[in-house]
Design a protein around this ligand. Structure first.
Ligand SMILES: CC(C)(COP(=O)(O)OP(=O)(O)OC[C@H]1O[C@@H](n2cnc3c(N)ncnc32)[C@H](O)[C@@H]1OP(=O)(O)O)[C@@H](O)C(=O)NCCC(=O)NCCS
Length: 167
């Protein structure tokens, strides 16, 4: 069945600070409430100030990209440039955050956001993409493998490291 809305993927703008910070707060709670029943609820009454600051920073750096279902921000992805001094992923484009609202999951929104970033232009000194996730989130290993990432093994922190070549 098709998705009953017009979908657009694009760089988030200053008008979207509030919606993006709300989703960032949902992602933070998702990590914190690992064993809670409310983990997948995404309605934030109070959005922490650091999420608003983070949304502003990513938007002004033009490194936050949103999947819009009609007018609603259904999910987002952010990237960071890691320089040559980075201990795990030198000279890479790091996928720092990826989140899809629970009601839009398993409809390829997350895959489309990752593909959008993989297809973007970046300065040539950043030679590959990198991402990490908790070993407890086994489905993410498959998710990223299907998108062309390969395993780099666990980091000292225990997190799973994955990388993908630039296209
Ligand atoms: C991870 C996340 C972004 C995936 O978004 P999504 O839009 O549901 O992903 P897609 O629909 O593109 O999934 C593509 C494939 O990945 C795999 N996959 C994704 N989520 C899965 C899950 N929860 N369990 C098992 N497989 C999963 C499946 O193979 C899926 O294909 P299928 O639905 O045809 O079986 C979303 O679940 C999310 O926001 N999770 C919470 C935050 C998070 O973990 N972020 C990642 C940080 S690295």
């Amino acid at each position: 069945m098709g998705i009953p809305y017009v979908e657009t993927i694009r760089t988030c703008t200053g008008d979207e600070v509030s919606e993006l910070s709300e989703l960032m707060a949902c992602l933070h709670r998702y990590y914190e409430d690992r064993n809670s029943q409310t983990r997948d609820r995404c309605t934030e009454a109070t959005v922490p100030r650091e999420c608003v600051a983070s949304a502003r920073d990513y938007i002004s750096a033009k490194r936050a990209y949103g999947f819009f279902a009609g007018d609603q921000l259904a999910g987002y992805i952010t990237t960071k440039y890691l320089g040559e001094e980075h201990h795990n992923f030198p000279n890479s484009i790091f996928i720092s955050e990826l989140y899809v609202r629970p009601e839009y999951r398993r409809q390829k929104v997350g895959s489309k956001l990752v593909k959008y970033v993989l297809g973007m232009e970046f300065p040539k000194e950043y030679t590959y993409f990198s991402v990490t996730h908790s070993p407890a989130e086994e489905s993410l290993t498959k998710f990223y493998t299907d998108l062309g990432f390969t395993l780099q093994g666990p980091l000292p922190s225990g997190n799973i490291a994955m990388v993908a070549e630039r296209v």
